[in-house]
Design a binder for this molecule. Structure first.
Ligand SMILES: [Mg+2]
Length: 176
C-alpha cells in the first residue's frame, strides 16, 4: 500500500485568493515545490483535496476550475512532483456533504483510488476542517498557519502547526 500526503489547495500549495476563478491568478506558496520534492524522495504520493463552495455559489466556473488544476499539475510536474488526483467538493459550506471537509469523502476516495494506507499518511491544510478531515480518516494532520486561528476550533489540534510545506516535510520525515 502507498503512503500519501493529502493536500488542501488554497492557503497550502497556492495563495488563497478566496474563490479563485481566474487561472492567471495562481500564485505558488513558498516551500511548496521543495517540500513536496523531499516527501516524494521519501516515497510519498500526492493528491489534492479542495472544498469549492464557490462552484454552487456561482463564483467559480467549472471549466476554470479544471484549467486551474491543469496548470497546477503542469507546474508541479516541471518540478518532478505529480498529483495523482485533484479532488474537489463543489458543495455549500452548510451542506454537511460527506465529500466536503471536515468530512472524509475525499480522503476515503483517494485511499480507494490509489491504494493508500491512511494510517501512514498525512493531511495538510490551513483550516481546522482539513486537520479534522485527516483525523476522522485515521490520518495524522498538519496545520499551515495562515488566516485561521486553530485555537478557535473545537476540533482536535493538529500534530504540528507550521508555516509552510518545507517545515511540514521536515516534521514528517523526522516522524517516520
Ligand atoms: Mg485552504
Amino acid at each position: 500500500m502507498n503512503k500519501a500526503i493529502i493536500l488542501d489547495r488554497d492557503g497550502t500549495i497556492i495563495v488563497d485568493k478566496l474563490y479563485l476563478n481566474d487561472p492567471d491568478n495562481i500564485e505558488y506558496l513558498p516551500g511548496a515545490f521543495k517540500g513536496l520534492q523531499r516527501l516524494r524522495d521519501a516515497g510519498y504520493i500526492f493528491v489534492i483535496a479542495t472544498n469549492q463552495s464557490g462552484v454552487p455559489r456561482g463564483i467559480v466556473d467549472l471549466d476554470n476550475l479544471h484549467e486551474i488544476h491543469r496548470r497546477i499539475d503542469v507546474e508541479f510536474k516541471k518540478q518532478g512532483v505529480e498529483f495523482l488526483s485533484f479532488y474537489y467538493a463543489p458543495y455549500m459550506t452548510d451542506s454537511g456533504h460527506p465529500m466536503r471537509k471536515p468530512g472524509t469523502g475525499m480522503a476515503d476516495l483517494a485511499a480507494k483510488d490509489h491504494n493508500i494506507d491512511l494510517t501512514k499518511s498525512w493531511f495538510i491544510g490551513d483550516k481546522m476542517s482539513d486537520v479534522e478531515s485527516g483525523h476522522r480518516a485515521g490520518m495524522k494532520s498538519i496545520f499551515i498557519i495562515g488566516t485561521e486561528d486553530p485555537k478557535a476550533s473545537d476540533f482536535k489540534p493538529a500534530e504540528l502547526e507550521c508555516n509552510n510545506l518545507m517545515e511540514a516535510a521536515d516534521f514528517i520525515l523526522a516522524d517516520s
